[in-house]
Design a protein around this ligand. Structure first.
Ligand code: NIG
Ligand code: FE
Length: 402
């Protein structure tokens, strides 16, 4: 396997005791797709003989960014709904009137595989251009065995065809499809019945549920989680976005990887997540676009030592943005995260929210996913917005283009 020395860089390794895991005159040695050594540029151990050297010209290097919560595969768009909301309709009212997620379900079912793939690929590329190297994609706009499988296959295909890792999450319990009107429990039974097929086809890395008064109840969430657990699949939850359903504590009792949104998270929920080691995934794009005013309990999460991640939540209804860097900025402006917490939120903690232990820091043994930025200091990642300082993206040791 070829060894490459990437030298003359300033490293925010996000590992070790230093703020940012900082190494001022840094270098990194990769062997194939793995980081072999990270340290001072002048201190490469004598036994390590790189075949190739790349001078990074003093660039700032960070781990590849991880967007740990997206709904990237869908048909159509919902700009009309945005207009209605501007005229006073609420997200909840639109959803109850059959718009919202359901309208995207209709557009997704009507789209061909190639259309869905092409539109999702474009969105993935936009995220990648800003340094994303790992992306989670949820299903949840198909809402039948056939269409959920189709969307998850497209997510897998993106991972095969792009220089990008894709983790796919089954969110079949996202909304009630029209053919199950008034029969939510029957729909949940159907979801639990098709989950084994999806898993057998290798399409599922985790299982998610939208637990909310406009979606599924805690009891229904439990049934889906039981089905996931029976298959050995990890769970995560859209929890406490619009109301406190006690979803976070429920998810934590299943050892959930993450609970996401969390504007209405209670103290009890915070404690349960801390005990279970569940990651809090904050989604400032949805908070902004739905003009929410209630903040997730950041101070309580910090105090309890709950790892905080940030993600785009890209979806056509509540967060149509495609910039993970903007989420760093919003995580700081809206949620008062520090810029260092924000970067942790899209590296180490985002990896953990996906159950991945081989990425998120620059350290020996980790996957060689990293990004070179045209920036002086890593705090600038959360500072600029509408500017893309990403210069090079290295995925599994290979310089990638988008
Ligand atoms: O994560 N909260 C539920 N699901 C999405 C919104 C989906 C939609 O409106 O299409 C979210 O915000
Ligand atoms: Fe979401």
């Amino acid at each position: 396997m070829i060894m490459t020395l990437w030298r003359n860089a300033r490293l925010a390794t996000m590992a070790g005791p230093e703020p940012w895991g900082w190494i001022e005159h840094g270098a990194l040695l990769t062997e194939g797709d793995t980081i072999r050594w990270v340290g001072d540029d002048a201190a490469l151990p004598a036994g390590l003989q790189p075949e190739r050297e790349v001078d990074l010209g003093g660039a700032l290097l960070t781990p590849g960014l991880i967007d740990c919560h997206t709904h990237l595969v869908y048909g159509g768009q919902r700009a009309r709904e945005f207009e209605l909301r501007l005229q006073g309709a609420s997200y909840e009212q639109i959803a109850r009137a059959g718009g919202g997620i359901r309208s995207t379900v209709a557009a997704t079912r009507a789209a061909s595989d190639d259309e869905l793939f092409a539109s999702a690929r474009e969105r993935a590329r936009t995220l990648m251009r800003e340094g994303v190297t790992t992306l989670e994609i949820k299903s949840g706009y198909g809402l039948s065995a056939e269409h959920e499988a189709r969307c998850l296959r497209i997510a897998r295909r993106l991972g095969r065809e792009l220089p990008l890792s894709v983790r796919s999450t089954c969110l079949s319990a996202h909304a009630l499809p029209p053919e199950f009107d008034g029969r939510a429990d029957d729909y949940i039974a159907a979801v639990c019945a098709w989950l084994p097929q999806l898993q057998a086809e290798g399409l599922v890395d985790a299982v998610d549920v939208f637990c909310e008064n406009i979606a599924f109840s805690p009891a229904q969430t439990r049934r889906v989680f039981d089905a996931a657990k029976a298959l050995g699949l990890p769970v995560k939850l859209h929890a406490e976005q619009l109301s406190d359903q006690g979803g976070a504590a429920l998810a934590a009792s299943y050892g959930a990887l993450s609970c996401d949104h969390l504007e209405w998270l209670s103290d009890e929920g915070v404690r349960a997540m801390a005990t279970a080691g569940t990651v809090a995934v904050l989604l400032p794009g949805a908070f902004y676009f739905l003009r929410e005013t209630r903040l997730p309990p950041i101070a309580a999460l910090r105090e309890a030592g709950v790892p905080i991640a940030l993600a785009s939540d890209h979806n056509p209804g509540s967060s149509p943005g495609l910039s993970l860097l903007l989420m760093l900025n919003m995580g700081c402006t809206f949620f008062r995260l520090t810029p260092e917490e924000a970067l942790r939120g899209v590296t180490v903690h985002a990896a953990r929210a996906l159950g991945l232990h081989d990425r998120g820091t620059l350290a020996a043994g980790q996957r060689a996913d990293f990004v070179a930025w045209d920036l002086q200091h890593p705090n600038e990642l959360a500072y600029w917005f509408g500017r893309n300082p990403c210069r090079r993206r290295i995925v599994a040791g290979v310089e990638a283009t988008t």
